[in-house]
Design a protein around this ligand. Structure first.
Ligand code: IPM
Ligand code: MG
Length: 337
């Protein structure tokens, strides 16, 4: 559905996208015996942007770490070099009641995570298992924190001008560095309000008073965890898009996983993936009007009551239950219409 939405936007704005496919994750393991084959890497590097379908399947859960589908995802992020992962959490008005959080709390939420994507405990070494002991390592350099912090502050300038930096500086050495460096970068942006929050407190504040937040700057692991938590505000993890930027080729993927339990049932919500295409149009193709049009089509589809199963609140609420294809078709028709 995301591909179709990209093609719809192309038709409206007189641009043709040449779309080529490469395998990654489980399908790549099955076909090429590796979660990220070289031909996929070559295709991705030569593309204008990469749209990534979710990876992961229970069949591969017991594989060694280097051969899990997730490894392919981490590798492509690393190879493309996109260090800033933007994850907007936006509560569409008609979905304010779909959350388990009270509607008056969720309504109007509009925040964005800037998650550091190439460092921290996801990539740090040493990392090993030794009998009854296992080790992972959280590492950050000044440069890694500086560049992602600058992305966050620049983004804040185009929004409500507030950056909340998340760390655990009361305990972790990497977080002490994080707090020091982000504080220095903040001085380059005197027009942007800046605050620090400990991650445990942030996890609470984000559902207690989510409207307080504008740009939330996090390390790799904290951003992974907090973005799933914040998805509750949006009504479903299936709603959230993401963009990984900073390098020549941007990488766009919904925040959700592959949801193997509903694969092929038509229950998947395509909005996170379609909204990721919207972010691609803006960040990789310099087409902000096309991005706005995709966004408007999603808004109108929701306003008209179309719902996939994950955000369906019953016909009495004026909702129409649709499958993945129907939802995609409706959004595409509004992009083109
Ligand atoms: C995400 C996912 C990935 C991550 C997994 C699938 C490796 O949870 O993009 O949030 O942890 O980054
Ligand atoms: Mg995650």
């Amino acid at each position: 559905q995301a591909r179709l939405a990209l093609e719809s936007a192309g038709r409206v704005f007189g641009r043709t996208f040449e779309i080529v496919e490469g395998d990654i994750g489980g399908v790549a393991i099955a076909k090429h015996d590796t979660p990220l084959p070289q031909q996929t890497i070559d295709l991705a590097k030569s593309a204008g942007a990469v749209l990534l379908g979710a990876v992961g399947d229970r069949r591969y859960d017991s594989m060694p770490r280097a051969r899990k589908p997730e490894r392919g995802l981490l590798q492509i992020r690393e190879i493309l070099g996109n260090y800033a992962n933007l994850r907007p959490v936006y509560v569409y008005e008609p979905l304010a009641g779909s959350s388990t959080i009270r509607p008056e709390v969720a309504r109007g939420v509009d925040l964005i995570f800037v998650r550091e994507l190439l460092g921290g405990i996801y990539f740090g070494t040493p990392r090993f298992r030794e009998g009854n002991r296992a080790v992972d390592t959280e590492v950050y350099t000044v440069e890694e924190v500086q560049r992602v912090a600058r992305s966050a502050f620049n983004l804040a300038r185009s929004r409500r001008k507030r950056v909340t930096s998340v760390d655990k500086a009361n305990v972790l050495e990497t977080s002490i560095l994080w707090r020091e460096v982000t504080g220095e970068i903040a001085k380059e942006f005197p027009d942007v309000e800046f605050e620090n929050l400990y991650v445990d407190n942030c996890a609470m504040q984000i559902i207690l008073k989510p409207k307080h937040f504008d740009v939330v700057l996090t390390n790799n692991l904290f951003g992974d965890i907090l973005s799933d938590e914040a998805a509750v505000l949006a009504g479903s993890l299936g709603m959230l898009p993401s963009a990984s930027v900073g390098a020549a080729v941007g990488l766009y993927e919904p925040v959700h996983g592959s949801a193997p339990d509903i694969a092929g049932t038509g229950k998947a919500n395509p909005i996170g993936a379609i909204a990721s295409v919207g972010m691609m149009l803006e960040h990789s193709f310099g087409m902000p009007e096309a991005a706005a049009r995709v966004q408007a089509a999603i808004t109108r589809t929701l306003n008209e009551g179309y719902r996939t199963a994950d955000i369906y609140a019953g016909d009495a609420a004026g909702c129409k239950l649709v499958n993945t294809t129907e939802m995609g078709r409706k959004i595409c028709s509004l992009i083109e219409g």
